[in-house]
Design a binder for this molecule. Structure first.
Ligand SMILES: Nc1ncnc2c1ncn2[C@@H]1O[C@H](COP(=O)(O)OP(=O)(O)OP(=O)(O)O)[C@@H](O)[C@H]1O
Ligand SMILES: [Mg+2]
Length: 224
């Protein structure tokens, strides 16, 4: 059902089934993300949360069902991301890849893109580390760098898979703040998370269990 704040969902799934080999990961999932809102996907390990996000990102194609995307651009920050430890990339290089959105990072960025990179570095508290080699960072710092890469994309849709897992409280608060800022600029954010602080910031929490939607909770916002 369309939400009151936004009648047109930016992302819609109907009857989506995904199977890895013979094992079903999603067994007929209907899902909507209202434009300009934060939706959280929760549920136990192996429930199919990452698979659902990958379907929304377009990196996994369902065996059956339909996927509707009403957005020009999508940024996806996966749960695990392999950046070769031998690549001599700085933090700024990694974030700049996001600003290019598919264009090779060895070309020069224009001013608007450079500003998007600066803003994303600042949001993730990485400005002082921007010249450091990515491979020299701690796990949490690398995670923040990859989130900054997603922010630098300034996409219509931002898809985040457990962005606060393994981060300290201070960093987790930053991520929640960044997601709120993305929603405020009109982005549609879908975030897999077990984190109560993230759920508290959401308009809707969708719980998955064993490849099916177990519940959908609309969060009442009483601000001000
Ligand atoms: N590439 C793959 N090949 C085979 N099976 C997979 C693959 N990716 C996921 N699965 C299986 O699909 C199911 C759903 O996995 P998924 O990663 O979507 O779960 P999740 O809810 O994100 O779990 P977690 O909380 O551990 O991240 C699991 O049973 C998993 O083993
Ligand atoms: Mg997962």
């Amino acid at each position: 059902m369309p939400s009151l704040t936004s009648p047109v969902p930016a992302l819609s799934l109907r009857g989506v089934r995904v199977e890895y080999a013979e094992t079903p990961a999603l067994r007929g999932v209907d899902f909507d993300a209202a434009a300009g809102t934060l939706t959280v996907i929760a549920g136990p390990n192996g429930a199919g949360k990452s698979t659902l996000l990958e379907v929304l990102a377009g990196t996994v194609t369902p065996r059956a069902g339909s996927v509707t995307v009403r957005a020009d651009s999508r940024a996806f920050v996966p749960q695990r991301q392999a950046i070769s430890p031998t690549l001599p990339l700085t933090v700024r290089d990694v974030v700049s890849v996001g600003a290019w959105g598919g264009v090779p990072p060895w070309r020069r960025l224009d001013r608007v893109s450079r500003e998007a990179v600066d803003a994303a570095l600042d949001r993730m508290d990485l400005t002082a580390l921007q010249r450091s080699p990515f491979r020299a960072l701690s796990g949490g710092q690398q995670q923040r760098t990859l989130l900054a890469q997603g922010l630098a994309r300034r996409a219509d849709v931002l898809l985040l898979d457990e962005p606060t897992a393994a981060l300290d409280d201070e960093s987790a608060k930053r991520i929640v703040g960044a997601m709120a800022a993305e929603v405020a600029r009109g982005a549609t954010v879908v975030c897999v998370s077990h984190d109560q602080a993230v759920m508290d910031a959401a308009a809707r929490v969708v719980r998955l269990d064993q490849g099916r939607i177990a519940s959908v909770t609309h969060v009442e916002k009483s601000r001000g």
